[in-house]
Write a protein that binds this ligand. Sequence first.
Ligand SMILES: O=P(O)(O)OC[C@@H](O)[C@@H](O)c1c[nH]c2ccccc12
Length: 261
Amino acid sequence: MTILDKIIAFKKKEVAKIKADVPLQRLVESPNFKRDPFSLRKSLLDPYSTGIIAEFKRQSPSKGIINDTAKIEEVTEGYLNADVAAQSILTDTSFFGGTMVDLMQARAINTSKPILRKDFIVDGFQIVEAKAIGADVILLIAACLTKEEIKNYGQLANDLGMEVLYEVHTKEDLDKIELENKVIGINNRNLKTFEVDLEHSIALASQIPSSCVRVSESGISDPRIITGLKEYDFKGFLIGENFMKEEDPGLACEEFISQIR
Ligand SMILES: O=P(O)(O)OC[C@@H](O)[C@@H](O)c1c[nH]c2ccccc12
């Protein structure tokens, strides 16, 4: 059993429990439900966009604790000051140490840029929940969903006015998605082995139609990597640990961005 299988099995139980406790109606009545989500696609395609999607991540199964003192409000302010294209916030608690409250607190401060709810979506309920906590974008990880689930969950997110970042790591993942006009994130990290390989991502990028917006995720720690990835038409760059490992992630992000302008 891989760690990804373990996470998904755990997630399914967790969601079943929350679903039994929280009526959908309560989510729909949340004030965030009325806001018009920001578009990740638009933000990444803006000619002045830095393309950086900066993540708030306290820990991960592969790295253990990354930062257990950073405050979501301060990091959000720092990332916005640094001029990120979007924020990504882990809401999984058991494996990544994030919470839905983190996202809600970030939303209260972030009134201009898209927020991605980074979690393992295994049920439509989590998509409604994402909207209720103030997310603009959800992540759908192709490796842990069927073709039908990807289509249905993508449709549900769009019906709620949200966008989807479709995450792939292999050609099989890509084959499960109706690719046209989608925002596709190539995860440089294999979620089954934790191995990071940028070359693999670049090779996979050639299989993605030009109507898609390409995002490169994970293991990016050097501004020169961004320059290289731009040559392969990547428009978004999802960076977590490289910022979060610093005491002041917002400042680290600002310094990074000053080197790619
Ligand atoms: O910290 P990194 O190596 O910069 O990676 C960020 C992000 O890509 C990574 O956290 C991630 C990518 N896909 C995921 C799916 C679930 C949880 C986390 C992730």
